[in-house]
Design a protein around this ligand. Structure first.
Ligand code: FE
Length: 287
């Protein structure tokens, strides 16, 4: 089968959103423009050096039926939950939380001179795993392998495999790749992506073309933008005067119906009703 380049399908400008107890962030999935990019339910980008934008944090709240992935670039987020876990996520660290049948947790960015920067991605769980046992994968920055290319490009592999190097997060239903990619100025990078998987690039520093073909006259995409990629076997990224840094995320679509209500994502409205009833009755977290 001929190897096909992935072309840009849509470029989305993130929307300003106030979430939690008053955290200002940029949202590019779970918006009116892009409600769901199967299996990805939400993508938030937080970046601020003003404590008023983030210090209120995300006090105790529930999740069910999804995975929440927090990747911190700068600063520190303290977390604590009803299963007795607590700790902190610092610069370069990742927390991949499989909420499964239910968890209640708080996520509190700490006021630091460097402020806070990072991402939260929600990954859907298939129907058969929505009520699975909650699971945490807490990954320190030093555990994340970084691949260095001859042209100066670097890829941090959080989950998935690049050039035979696998990331530390494993056992995720969507079989995702989650990569943090840097490409220097006047350089290019070709990155394979499984055919049939949903894929996006989230450009958060600099700019690049995601031309996907031999021509190099494609659209220059400047940060912050979400680039939804069409299907194919690889993406080609080309920089000009400026380096670029972006998340490159892909995963297998579930193709299942979804019913979403805030922090819960199930398959049917009945399952959402059931969840809300458990919350009211105090039987939500049974572990
Ligand atoms: Fe949460």
């Amino acid at each position: 089968m001929k190897s096909l380049p992935r072309k840009i399908e849509t470029i989305i400008e993130p929307e300003p959103v106030v979430e939690g107890a008053g955290v200002r962030l940029k949202r590019s999935i779970a918006t009116r423009r892009l409600d769901y990019l199967d299996p990805f339910l939400l993508l938030d980008h937080f970046a601020s050096s003003n404590p008023r934008d983030y210090e209120a944090g995300f006090p105790l709240h529930p999740h069910r039926g999804i995975e929440t992935v927090t990747y911190v670039l700068q600063g520190e987020v303290h977390h604590k939950d009803t299963l007795g876990n607590s700790g902190s996520i610092g610069a370069g660290d990742v927390q991949w939380m499989t909420a499964g049948r239910g968890i209640m947790h708080e996520e509190m960015p700490q006021v630091r001179p460097e402020g806070i920067a990072g991402f939260q991605l929600w990954v859907n769980l298939p129907a058969k795993l929505k009520m699975t046992k909650p699971r945490y994968q807490d990954i320190r920055s030093a555990e994340i392998p970084e691949i260095k290319k001859d042209n100066g490009a670097r890829i941090r592999v959080i989950t998935g495999t690049v050039n035979g190097v696998s990331g530390p997060v494993t056992g995720i239903a969507a079989n995702p790749n989650y990569l943090d990619v840097f490409v220097p100025a006047h350089a290019s990078l070709v990155q394979p992506i499984h055919r049939g998987h949903t894929a996006f690039a989230y450009v958060f520093e600099g700019e690049a073309k995601f031309s996907g073909d031999e021509k190099e006259d494609g659209t220059m995409v400047s940060h912050p933008r979400l680039v939804v990629l069409g299907d194919g076997d690889y993406v080609k990224v080309i920089t000009g005067e400026t380096p670029v840094r972006f998340l490159l995320v892909s995963g297998k679509p579930l193709n299942e119906p979804i019913a979403r209500y805030g922090p819960f994502v199930m398959n049917t409205e009945e399952e959402i009703e059931q969840t809300l009833q458990e919350l009211r009755q105090g039987t939500f977290v049974t572990t």
